[in-house]
Design a protein around this ligand. Structure first.
Ligand SMILES: Nc1ncnc2c1ncn2[C@@H]1O[C@H](COP(=O)(O)OP(=O)(O)O)[C@@H](O)[C@H]1O
Ligand SMILES: [Mg+2]
Length: 423
């Protein structure tokens, strides 16, 4: 429904599209140009120094969901491209069920799709043709996450007969040949961005890293791995993996308020229907400050909140959300989206307790709500099924839960009222 309403909503504001979209900035293409990237000067310098420090490096970039990790690495790659580095445009999203062969095939496919876009390919015909043959093998196509882009989704009629697979070693040898050629042409190592490592279960990630150990030592490559803090702890728990990293992990933290303000302003300017037409900024600064405080500066949560509030409250004419209106719109949205579905009063008590904490264990919830731990576990499972709560991390036997970010909208009205009283 929203999909159809959206364009007309944003037109009311004099904008071509939703300025609060949460897609990461892309190296190439994308509705919002990569030049809208703000800040992170120190981190960018660190990564570019690492790139010029040697011909083969491995970096881990980590941070919370939605702080801006993918956009950061994409921007760093964009800058590197301008200095003559070759890097596949699209980051490689690692899938949970990939084998070493799948990993290699998807890596090669990322190179193939970028090389294919170039008018005059910079690698030799022999290497390009071999790359093309590899990605066009029917079995391989079923293993490529982007294969639908080729218009093929081949399935084997008889799944019990394993189609021939190419050993990952052979693919690694070929990849090295490709990297060598690109190095000869550009004079620089290639950069490969593996995204969302947290999607891969711990055991599989360990196995992948073991199987691909030699590949990650390839000459003429900068490997950049991106994941959340769980990936960080996992790397630390594997000394053999941690020791292959070229530097300590690069931590991406929340952006300061003035930079988020700039991000929003520059997006709105970039999306104006035309220079000559008026446009309306759908929020006030105090509304932004309120969301910034609520989410500790998490940019994705701020964008999602504005997006939901504007779509919800716009009818025939544009609205400007002040903090009071913002709080009441979001409050009724969270009631509608989540609370009405929770019929057990005690489950709601557990949820409301969790909303007030960045993360919480069963034990703490039981203590504060005075509900027996076994019952808390039951309510947590129910809330998890409803998508209200998720497991954020484990620490030994302790499980730390966290509410789905939009549930924190429940806190906004109280905060705004308190602020008003304080004034
Ligand atoms: N430094 C930045 N400058 C401009 N926009 C940013 C910046 N960091 C993040 N964003 C925007 O915030 C949203 C979330 O960023 P993303 O890179 O997807 O985060 P993560 O990968 O950590 O989940 C995206 O829409 C992105 O465009
Ligand atoms: Mg990301």
């Amino acid at each position: 429904m929203v999909l159809f309403d959206e364009p007309s909503i944003w037109e009311l504001y004099g904008l071509k599209a939703n300025p609060f979209s949460t897609s990461p900035l892309l190296v190439r293409g994308g509705l919002l140009p990569i030049e809208l990237f703000q800040g992170r000067k120190g981190e960018l310098t660190r990564l570019s120094r690492l790139f010029s420090s040697s011909n083969s490096t491995r970096a881990l970039v980590c941070g919370d969901v939605g702080v801006g990790k993918t956009s950061f690495v994409n921007y760093a790659r964009h800058q590197a491209m301008q200095k003559g580095y070759f890097t596949p445009f699209k980051e490689i999203g690692v899938n949970s069920d990939w084998t070493a062969t799948d990993f290699m095939l998807n890596t090669l496919y990322a190179f193939y799709s970028t090389l294919k876009l170039q008018k005059k390919t910079i690698v030799s015909k022999q290497v390009f043709d071999k790359l093309e043959r590899l990605v066009e093998l029917p079995y391989n196509q079923t293993k490529l996450s982007g294969a639908s882009a080729l218009g093929v989704g081949v399935r084997f009629a008889n799944e019990s007969v394993s189609p021939p697979t190419i050993p990952s070693m052979a693919l690694m040898d070929f990849a090295q040949q490709l990297f060598n050629e690109l190095f000869e042409k550009t004079g620089k190592p290639v950069i490969i961005h593996y995204n969302n490592l947290e999607n891969v279960p711990e055991q599989s990630l360990r196995k992948l890293y073991d199987d691909l150990r030699d590949f990650f030592q390839s000459e003429h490559v900068h490997f950049v791995f991106v994941g959340n803090f769980a990936v960080h702890s996992l790397f630390q728990s594997m000394p053999r993996v941690a020791s292959t990293l070229s530097d300590t992990p690069l931590i991406i933290s929340e952006l300061p308020l003035d930079q988020i303000e700039l991000i929003l302003e520059s997006r709105i300017k970039a999306l104006r229907i035309s220079e000559g037409l008026n446009y309306v900024v759908p929020y006030s600064r105090e509304a932004l400050v309120a969301l910034y405080g609520l989410y500790g500066g998490n940019v994705r949560n701020i964008l999602n909140s504005f997006s939901a509030a504007v779509i919800e409250s716009t009818n025939e004419k544009p609205v400007v959300l002040g903090k009071t209106l913002l709080a009441s719109v979001l409050n009724s949205l969270v009631e509608k989206r989540h609370l009405v579905g929770i019929t057990q009063a005690r489950a709601k008590d557990v949820l409301l307790e969790a909303v007030r904490r960045p993360e919480v264990t069963n034990r703490e919830l039981s203590k504060h709500t005075k509900i027996a731990r076994s019952n808390v576990s039951y309510y947590l499972r129910e809330l998890e099924k409803k998508g209200c709560i998720y497991l954020r991390r484990r620490d030994g036997k302790d499980k730390y839960y966290c509410v789905e970010p939009s549930l924190r909208w429940l806190l906004l009205e109280k905060r705004v009222q308190l602020e008003k009283q304080a004034q």
